[in-house]
Design a protein. Structure first.
Length: 170
């Protein structure tokens, strides 16, 4: 969905990575968890933290800071895991997205959202749905379905199933 298709107010969960504020459509967010121990899975990309146990299910956790080329951050009392549902090629995957802190649920009116900046052809920015404005601050509205490539998402899915099969063999 592009900015031109946003014709009514939409709710987004806002969160921080470093000093930047991002937002995800609230319909994609299942819940927000306090940071918990994440079990590392071998031979996964750097942005893949590992997996957590969520009510008996294995959920892969990714570090959005590392995915976006930022430095890794120390975990604080505000560090949290946003459980999101990502759709890719008609398949739905639940994963946890590590964030420095969650801010609030914010209603964006169509007039508060600008198109994503065009930054040449080499940089991939199609995962940015738009730039929300709140006071003088810009908020990057993510299209969570486009943050990860098909290959990256299959690695994340495999990591979750790898760990689940390890647990059942014990």
């Amino acid at each position: 969905m592009s900015v031109t298709e946003i014709e009514e107010a939409t709710q987004h969960l806002t969160f921080k990575l470093d000093e930047e504020v991002f937002a995800i459509d609230i319909s994609k967010v299942r819940e927000v968890l306090e940071y918990t121990t994440v079990t590392k899975v071998p031979q996964t990309p750097e942005f893949m933290c590992g997996v957590i146990n969520l009510r008996g299910g294995v959920v892969p956790v990714v570090d959005l800071r590392l995915k976006f080329g930022m430095s890794e951050a120390e975990k604080t009392v505000n560090t949290c895991i946003i459980i999101v549902e990502v759709s890719l090629d008609g398949e739905s995957t639940v994963l946890g997205a590590l964030a420095d802190s969650v801010q609030e649920v914010h209603d964006f009116e169509p007039g508060q959202i600008e198109p994503a900046p065009k930054i040449g052809t080499k940089l991939k920015t199609d995962f940015i749905k738009g730039m929300g404005k709140r006071d003088e601050q810009f908020i990057m509205i993510l299209d969570i379905d486009k943050v990860f490539s098909t290959d990256e998402l299959s690695i994340v899915q495999d990591a979750g199933s790898y760990n689940a099969s390890e647990k059942t063999e014990d």
